[in-house]
Write a protein that binds this ligand. Structure first.
Ligand SMILES: Cc1cc2nc3c(=O)[nH]c(=O)nc-3n(C[C@H](O)[C@H](O)[C@H](O)COP(=O)(O)O)c2cc1C
Length: 161
């Protein structure tokens, strides 16, 4: 698949096959994701690989679609409000890079915001100097949903003089 096809066919996956993903693949996609743009090379992303015990505590209603691999992606806050915002943006780029790298090799992700509650932040051991951008279930998709309609981009463009 070329990059446009990867971006066009990617979906947020809600149900996964049980097949385990090799560590080397996860590591490759994480390494690729870390090529994401980030201002002043802060590389603000941190990855928390979530094991069985912690996963059970999160008590997610669908158990993240039974994804065989689960991780939280966290953005370290910066020294200023602007730096913190920039770090969040860079970490979002990191996540989408990961999503696309995995999708290009047939693996989907379930991006969940379950980590944003104070209780779940505590369960994940993430301190107040960081922001959880997502808990990501990763696995081979059992079902690939249809695309969700998007607003024509022309409706989003403002042309300035
Ligand atoms: C920051 C963020 C948080 C999200 N949190 C959730 C979530 O908690 N539960 C969920 O089902 N999907 C979540 N999603 C996925 C979106 O629902 C999904 O991307 C959207 O419905 C469009 O579908 P698509 O990604 O398949 O095109 C999240 C996406 C983002 C970017």
């Amino acid at each position: 698949m070329n990059i446009i096809d990867v971006m066009s066919t990617r979906r947020n996956i809600k149900v996964f096959k049980p097949d385990v993903i090799k560590d080397e693949l996860i590591n490759k996609w994480l390494q690729t994701a870390s090529l994401a743009p980030n201002h002043r090379m802060t590389e603000p992303w941190e990855i928390y690989v979530i094991g069985k015990e912690t996963r059970a505590k999160l008590n997610h209603k669908t158990n993240f679609g039974d994804a065989p691999f689960l991780m939280a992606v966290v953005s370290r806050n910066g020294a200023t409000v602007v730096e913190t915002e920039e770090n969040v943006v860079a970490t979002a780029c990191f996540i989408q890079n990961f999503n696309l790298a995995a999708w290009a090799e047939g693996v989907g992700t379930f991006w969940s915001s379950v980590g944003i509650t104070p209780k779940n932040k505590q369960i994940l051991g993430v301190t107040d100097d960081s922001t959880i951008l997502g808990v990501l279930g990763v696995g081979y998709p059992k079902v690939v949903p249809d695309p969700k309609p998007r607003t024509p981009i022309q409706n989003k463009i403002t042309s300035l003089p």
